[in-house]
Design a binder for this molecule. Structure first.
Ligand SMILES: Nc1nc2c(ncn2[C@@H]2O[C@H](COP(=O)(O)OP(=O)(O)OP(=O)(O)O)[C@@H](O)[C@H]2O)c(=O)[nH]1
Ligand SMILES: [Mg+2]
Ligand SMILES: [Zn+2]
Length: 289
């Protein structure tokens, strides 16, 4: 008898598959991959149960969407977590947001550690208020509850962000019985110590939340340089006023986006990062052909 379930944990080729309230520890024959990604947390799979709560994955069902960083499939919402420490990497944040739009995932910018400082709140608002919800929280009080409204109707959310921004701490705040391990920031590098090593999916209220591993590198997923601008909603709105409808807002004359930056209506840092990301894609494309 074949069963269906969702992969809630994946560690070294061993997958925990949830069907209703039952968890089955499954193995996957090496050949099972779906498109270019291995079986991953969030995947719906079919499996043949063996004895003793074990099983073998037979197939991966088509994905609604996927992200490579964090590695996850079939999510509705992505909580992109920023904090005053470690220092926010807005290039990383931009790229995660763009990949979310590309994959039809709702990104929410979550500013954590607001008990320490509100500087990141200001920065997040200047950069992202026009493109995503911004939710300010601290894992030290009950403000993480603000995230639960994104799970209503049984939606699945994942965390994304640099190591040590507090992803696991926020999940622990939502699920006091969980108390997964959290880590710190290395005094030497100022970076997180990569405490979470595997993604895991947890039921929270109506929906699910996936804790993920922190990362500091992220590539844009299947996005061409000339369409990059379409994934920045704030640029799309302002860009309606550019002289050329295909304006990339870089070298073209009479560019409404550049004008808006000059008037201070679009954040200069955000614009400069866009130009950098655009150039990176152009470089990549040159090497491809
Ligand atoms: N002051 C303060 N500290 C926090 C908050 N949230 C997390 N921390 C601390 O930040 C550190 C990192 O937290 P984690 O939850 O392990 O961070 P993470 O994002 O899961 O990190 P990785 O698993 O490495 O990706 C820990 O020392 C936490 O106690 C917060 O809201 N305020
Ligand atoms: Mg963690
Ligand atoms: Zn333009």
């Amino acid at each position: 008898m074949i069963r269906e379930g969702v992969v809630v944990r994946s560690v070294g080729g061993v997958f925990t598959v949830l069907t209703g309230e039952n968890k089955t520890v499954c193995f996957a024959p090496k050949k099972i991959r779906f498109h270019d990604m291995d079986v991953t947390v969030g995947d719906r799979v079919t499996y043949s149960p063996l004895s003793h709560g074990k099983g073998v994955i037979e197939n991966v069902l088509p994905r609604r969407n996927k992200l490579a960083r964090p590695e996850i499939a079939n999510v509705d919402v992505c909580f992109v977590v920023l904090a005053c420490e470690p220092q926010p990497d807005l290039y990383l944040c931009d790229k995660v947001l763009i990949n979310c739009f590309r994959e039809h995932i709702e990104p929410v910018v979550v500013v954590n550690k607001t008990d320490l400082s509100s500087a990141t709140v200001t920065e997040a608002q200047a950069n992202y208020a026009k493109v995503a919800d911004i939710v300010c929280v601290s894992a030290l009080d009950d403000s993480a509850q603000k995230l639960t409204r994104y799970l209503e109707g049984g939606r699945t959310a994942c965390f994304a962000g640099q190591s040590a921004v507090g992803k696991t701490s926020l999940l622990n705040a939502l699920l006091p019985d969980l108390q997964d391990k959290t880590g710190g920031i290395s005094a030497k590098s100022g970076r997180g110590t990569h405490t979470t090593r595997h993604s895991s999916m947890h039921r929270v209220g109506d929906g699910f939340v996936v804790d993920t591993c922190g990362f500091s590198l992220c590539e844009l997923q299947n996005i061409r340089s000339d369409e990059l601008r379409l994934y920045l909603d704030d640029f799309v709105t302002v860009g309606a006023g550019c002289r050329f409808s295909s304006c990339t807002h870089t070298a073209e004359p009479e560019c409404a986006v550049k004008a808006a930056v000059q008037r201070g209506e679009l954040d200069k840092g955000r614009y400069e990062r866009y130009v950098e990301e655009f150039r990176e894609l152009v470089e990549l494309e040159k090497n491809q052909y």
